[in-house]
Design a protein around this ligand. Structure first.
Ligand code: 13P
Length: 252
């Protein structure tokens, strides 16, 4: 069976400030202790990228962006390219988060272009997808997420180190989570879609679960088949909670 090292990534969204440096230092310490078992990363707001990049440089804590533009540079006011994320030392960029798909009308085609840009910059895109509550209630979850994967993932020859994050929209920031059986079913379907799209390489792609991951539910979620780590929102802002989740992921 293909070994996939688990990844726990923190999506800070529009939270944090320069005063978050102490939390980042504590996260670095914790990440060092877990480095043989789990990869860890934080995705702070872009204005904190320089500060965070300097702090995590050379450490076991990786840096990621929350979004990027598909072009490398140019007249795109307010945007940040994947190359810029690489320049501040990032390893990952989140693309296609449901908040961006919903609030900024990003389509899966836009997401695929952004993911391709992240690969072009030598970084790993964390491609987010997941069903809405109405889609789950209509019994459409598996077809919706398989289609999102198909349309949001770059074509095979561009694909190196992609990561998928399954985040049911209704589980984000709500305290609700799918049952472990529902998580296993969704991740199994995504694995199957990855194999269909990428052949044997699909086996090596990590599939993270995201949506209300907390210290007290992480152990169950992280030991579910085909769950290769977590994309954590609210609980990634405090080192104590984020590290507790990473330890659960490491089986400690
Ligand atoms: P919460 O962990 O706050 O539910 O957020 C999940 C998420 O959207 C991570 O990208």
């Amino acid at each position: 069976m293909t070994e996939r090292k688990k990844l726990v990534a923190g999506n800070w969204k529009m939270n944090g400030s320069r005063a978050s440096a102490d939390e980042i230092r504590a996260m670095i310490q914790g990440a060092e202790a877990l480095r043989s078992q789990v990869e860890m990363a934080i995705c702070p707001p872009a204005v904190l990228a320089g500060l965070a990049g300097d702090l995590v440089s050379g450490s076991a804590l990786g840096l990621g962006g929350q979004d990027c533009h598909a072009e490398p540079a140019g007249a795109f006011t307010g945007d940040i390219s994947a190359e810029m994320w690489a320049d501040v030392g990032a390893r990952y960029v989140l693309v296609g988060h449901s908040e961006r798909r919903t609030a900024y009308g990003e389509t899966s085609e836009t997401v695929r272009a952004k993911a391709g840009a992240v690969l072009r910059a030598g970084l790993q895109p964390i491609i987010c997808l997941g069903e809405r509550l109405s889609e789950r209630e209509a019994g459409e979850t598996l077809s919706v997420i398989a289609e999102q994967l198909e349309r949001s993932t770059p074509v095979p020859d561009e694909t190196g180190g992609i990561v998928i994050a399954y985040e049911p929209v209704w589980a984000i920031g709500t305290g609700l989570t799918p049952t472990l059986a529902q998580v296993a079913e969704a991740h199994g379907r995504l694995r199957q879609a990855l194999r269909a799209r990428l052949g044997a390489r699909g086996e090596g792609v990590r599939i993270l679960y995201g949506g209300s991951v907390k210290p007290d539910n992480a152990a169950g979620l992280m030991s579910t088949p085909d769950v290769d780590g977590a994309l954590v929102g609210g609980a990634s802002l405090k080192a104590a909670d984020f590290l507790a989740i990473a330890r659960a992921c490491a089986g400690r």
